[in-house]
Design a protein around this ligand. Structure first.
Ligand code: SAM
Length: 392
C-alpha cells in the first residue's frame, strides 16, 4: 500500500494516545516483545484508552469509517427481510446483535421488521462501554416503545434461546496474530519499542521471534511456501469466540457480514503483506503504529476458518455469498423501487447508497455474508441468487 498522508491529531488526542503508549511500554518492559495480537487488543480495547473504549467519534461521516449499516437504512431493510423469514419459521424468537456500533442497525431493524414477525427481545452484546452508552441513548430516542424489550448483555446468553445472531463488521475487529515466513522458518510478528513519537517516526516498530508451538501448528495447516518472504494474519481465537457467543443458540441462524475471503484467496501467494488495514478519518492505510488508540485496526476474515469454527461447535453452514447477492436475494431491487417513488431528492441518495452497498469496487464483492444454522431446515432467501459455499 502506498504511503497515505494522514491528518495530524489534535494535542488532546495525542495525549490520550501517549497514555495508551505508556501502558504498552509498561508491558513491553518485561520481555521487550509484545505479540501483535496483544498490541491490537490494547490499541482497540484498553479500558478508557483503546480506540473502541475511549469515547472517540468512530463511525459515520464525522468518524474514521462507514459501515453498511451507517450508510442509510437499505442494508438493515434487506436484513429485516431475512430475519422475518427465519422468524416466521421459528415462531417466537429473539435477536442477539454482537458489536452494535452506534446502534444504527438495531434501530433500523426494529423499525423495519414487519410488526407481525418482530422478535420478542433484542439483545446486544457490546464490548465497548462507551459504545454501549451511545447505543442506549440512540435506541431510547429512536425506538422508545422497545425500551422494555432491548437488553444489553455483559456476557453471551447463559440461557437457551432461539432466533438470529447478527454480527456486522465484528469479526474484523477481533485481534489477530501476525506471522512471517521466509528461509523455511515461521516467525511470530510482534512489537518492540522504537525511538520516535509521530506517524513518520513512531514509538513502536515490528519485531520478530520464533513462532510459539500453537502458532507454528496453525500456520503449518495453511500449507504455505515457507521459503519465500510472506507475512499474513491468523485468528487463533475465532473458534473459541464463536463457540462462546453461539453456545446457547439452540435453534436458529448466526449471520456474519464482513470483508474477507475464502481461505484459498486469503493466502494467495501474491498477497505477501497480509490483509491488515487501518482506518483514520476515512483514509485506509497500513501504518499500524500511527498514534495507537486513535485509529481503527482490522484484518480481513478467513471465511473458511469461520465455517470450520462453526462446524466445530455444531453449527451447520447454511449459505455463503457476496454482500451484493445477499442484498439482492433479500429484495434490494424491490425496496429501492418502492422507496424511490417516495424520495424527495429524485432518489439520488438512495441510488448512491445502493451503489456503495453493491458495486464490486465498493462494498459489493469485498464484503461477504455467511449464515451458520442450528436445527433449522430452511433455505435462506439471502443465498437464493448464488450460494458460493463451493469456494470455501
Ligand atoms: C467495526 S464496528 C461495527 C459496528 C456495527 N456492527 C456496524 O456495522 O456499524 C465493531 C463493533 O464490534 C464491537 N466488538 C468488538 N469485539 C467485540 C466482542 N468480542 N464482542 C462484542 N462486541 C465486540 C466494537 O466495540 C464495535 O461496536
Amino acid at each position: 500500500m502506498s504511503k497515505v498522508i494522514l491528518p495530524e491529531p489534535t494535542e488532546e488526542l495525542k495525549e490520550l494516545s501517549r497514555q495508551l503508549c505508556a501502558c504498552i511500554r509498561e508491558e513491553l518492559a518485561t520481555s521487550g516483545f509484545m505479540p501483535f495480537s496483544r498490541f491490537m487488543e490494547m490499541a482497540l480495547y484498553q479500558p478508557g484508552l483503546g480506540y473502541y473504549s475511549a469515547g472517540l467519534h468512530k463511525l459515520g461521516a464525522a468518524g474514521d469509517f462507514v459501515t453498511a449499516a451507517e450508510l442509510g437504512s437499505l442494508f438493515a431493510a434487506c436484513l429485516a427481510k431475512q430475519v422475518e423469514q427465519i422468524g416466521q419459521k421459528l415462531g417466537r424468537y429473539n435477536i442477539l446483535e454482537l458489536g452494535a456500533g452506534s446502534g444504527r442497525m438495531a434501530i433500523d431493524l426494529l423499525q423495519q421488521i414487519d410488526p407481525e414477525r418482530s422478535p420478542q427481545r433484542y439483545f446486544i452484546l457490546e464490548r465497548s462501554a462507551d459504545l454501549r452508552a451511545v447505543q442506549q441513548q440512540q435506541l431510547a430516542a429512536a425506538v422508545p416503545h422497545w425500551r422494555d424489550r432491548v437488553h444489553w448483555l455483559n456476557q453471551p446468553p447463559t440461557e437457551d434461546w432461539q432466533g438470529v445472531l447478527l454480527a456486522n463488521e465484528v469479526i474484523d475487529a477481533l485481534a489477530v496474530e501476525r506471522f512471517r515466513l521466509g528461509s523455511g522458518e515461521i516467525k511470530q510478528m510482534g512489537v518492540r519499542l522504537a525511538n520516535g513519537d509521530s506517524y513518520e517516526n513512531p514509538l513502536f516498530e515490528w519485531a520478530y521471534r520464533s513462532a510459539p508451538d500453537y502458532l507454528t501448528f496453525e500456520v503449518e495447516q495453511l500449507q504455505l511456501d515457507c521459503s519465500r518472504p510472506y507475512q499474513s494474519e491468523i485468528q487463533p481465537e475465532l473458534a473459541s469466540w464463536l463457540a462462546t457467543v453461539s453456545a446457547k443458540l439452540k435453534r436458529g441462524v448466526a449471520l456474519f457480514v464482513d470483508y474477507g475471503y475464502p481461505r484459498r484467496e486469503y493466502y494467495l501467494p501474491e498477497r505477501t503483506d497480509g490483509t491488515l488495514i487501518c482506518n483514520y478519518r476515512h483514509r485506509a492505510h497500513d501504518g499500524v503504529f500511527f498514534w495507537p488508540g486513535l485509529q481503527d485496526i482490522s484484518a480481513f476474515v478467513d471465511f473458511t476458518a469461520l465455517a470450520e469454527a462453526g462446524e466445530a461447535c455444531g453449527l451447520e453452514l447454511s449459505g455463503y455469498t457476496s454482500q451484493t447477492l445477499f442484498l439482492l436475494g433479500c429484495g434490494l431491487d424491490q425496496l429501492l423501487t418502492s422507496r424511490m417513488d417516495a424520495a424527495t431528492d429524485h432518489g439520488l441518495s438512495l441510488q448512491a447508497e445502493a451503489k456503495q452497498l453493491t458495486l464490486p469496487g465498493m462494498m459489493g464483492e469485498r464484503f461477504q455474508v455467511m449464515a451458520l444454522k442450528r436445527d433449522l431446515d430452511e433455505a435462506l432467501r439471502g443465498f437464493a441468487l448464488g450460494d458460493l459455499s463451493y469456494r470455501l
